[in-house]
Design a protein around this ligand. Structure first.
Ligand SMILES: Nc1nc2c(c(=O)[nH]1)N[C@H]1C(S)=C(S)[C@@H](COP(=O)(O)O)O[C@H]1N2
Ligand SMILES: [Mo]
Length: 222
């Protein structure tokens, strides 16, 4: 299959993100996912409890909104839907209807994912990449993987989910306004402008962000 509209293949899989050159956050000795928001009582799920759920492998490409695509990745983890149905849904406050899941990383990065997108069958809480535990560049100890959505929905170092009953306000300025769905095949690159219009403005950001992000990498990066 070809690449989604406006994407170009990149060699390898670079570290990339709004963290820029900041090193990855330390992984706690006993990592948990904090469950917050519209639940009867907030709680923390040790990652160990999540690995008791059925897992699957997910071959996928990875698409950053700036325009690069890493191809041929193999993720392994627990489908988000499995995790949600088993451990989160039973804990919801009675009568609530969830519209969004705000996912947060140990570095403070956040993304609000629409419930219909995060429950899709290609969304994982990923623990392994290409047969190895996730390294700190790519989101240790676990990350959200949603290959049908741009990278910014794929929260690294996942440590918190906040279940919401309304869409959270978009706090981006008008220029870099992210799209609330971020579906790659629809080219939902931008919240206000058609995706193809913003391509030439995003593309020049790739190399500088990539260089900065590599500087904070734990592994030697070209
Ligand atoms: N915690 C966290 N997750 C994040 C980011 C970040 O800065 N922090 N950046 C996002 C962006 S914009 C992209 S393109 C991907 C890049 O993932 P990679 O570093 O594994 O290539 O991570 C996403 N998830
Ligand atoms: Mo990105």
């Amino acid at each position: 299959m070809g690449l989604p509209p406006g994407q170009r293949r990149i060699e390898g899989f670079p570290r990339f993100g709004t963290h820029l050159s900041k090193p990855a956050p330390a992984v706690p000795a006993d990592p948990v996912i904090e469950v917050r928001g519209a639940v009867a009582e907030e709680f923390d799920l040790p990652l160990a409890s999540i690995w008791a759920l059925p897992r699957k492998e997910l071959p996928a490409d990875f698409h950053c909104v700036a325009g690069w695509t890493a191809t041929g990745l193999l993720w392994e983890g627990v489908p988000f839907e499995t995790f949600y149905r088993a451990l989160v849904e039973p804990a919801l406050s009675p009568g609530t209807s969830i519209t969004h899941v705000m996912c947060g990383g140990l570095d403070g990065f956040e993304a609000a994912v629409a419930i219909e997108d995060i429950l899709a069958d290609d969304v994982l809480i990923a623990q392994n990449l290409n047969g190895q535990p996730l390294d700190s560049d790519h989101g240790a100890p676990v990350r959200l993987v949603s290959p049908s959505q741009y990278g910014y929905m794929n929260v690294k170092h996942l440590s918190r989910i906040n279940v919401l009953t309304t869409a959270p306000p978009n706090t981006d300025g008008p220029l870099l306004r992210s799209h609330p769905r971020a579906r790659v095949w629809q080219e939902e690159r931008h919240g206000l402008l058609p995706g193809r219009v913003v391509r030439p403005f995003y593309r020049p950001l790739i190399n500088p962000i990539r260089r900065l992000s590599a500087r904070g990498s734990s592994t030697p990066n070209p």
